[in-house]
Design a protein around this ligand. Sequence first.
Ligand SMILES: [Zn+2]
Length: 275
Amino acid sequence: MKSLPSSITKFAALCVCAVLYMNTVKAQTPEPVVSVVFAGDIMLEGGPQRAIRRGRDPFAGVAHLFKGADIRLGNLECVVATVGSVEPEKPNVFRVHPRALNHVRRHFDAVGLANNHSGDYGPQAFAQMLALLKQSGLGYYGGGHDLKEAHRPLILERQGIRIAILGYNEFQPRNFEADHDRPGVAWSEDEQVVRDIQDARRVWNADVVIPVMHWGWEEPMANARQRALARLMIDAGADAVMAVIRTNCKTRINTRANLFFIVWATLCLKVFQTR
Ligand SMILES: [Zn+2]
């Protein structure tokens, strides 16, 4: 998503965007219910980082939104590292000290890395962030040590349901993209996205597949490209497409595989049409 002005980023640690519940449509027998919270951009530089230095939890004000959810996910819109150098000519770059992960870990199970800021300090810093995430016990999706890992789904299993989360960036710059021998983020090339979704079921035995997109210029509605890609993802087997877009929301019901999704969106979310 577009970089925010500093006056906003100073205060904006987090944009909470959605709560998504999964349940079965069979009313006769009790079926597992899994709740998933998707948060928007988590940018911890500036005010949040100062709060952490003073021993405060920057998520304290929104912690209740995540409490009790089975799966808590958010888009980590900054690099967590102590190394690296600033990407030349990039207007806004964000890097936070690894101590921030203690707070992220307290409220989230995994974070999305496919965005336009996780590469702000280059591949060395990105690789260090991957190691720090692993060390802290946080899962991640949409990024990896190489192209293969960046496109591999994060599998989260709750109550017997295997949920695959994929993440993609489609917001410039593209030079943060992972390659066969370079760490980075996953970019949403159509053919690759289709293969990833299909592999999530065939190779990773997922019951539910949810790609998460980082795209758009804070438009009020999805543009033609976004709608076409979302449709492609659903046709490839995705159960829902989650995306970070400011201010506007849509809710659709999905009855695929005896599951339905009730999406309650507040900010930064658009859920595209599902079957
Ligand atoms: Zn962004």
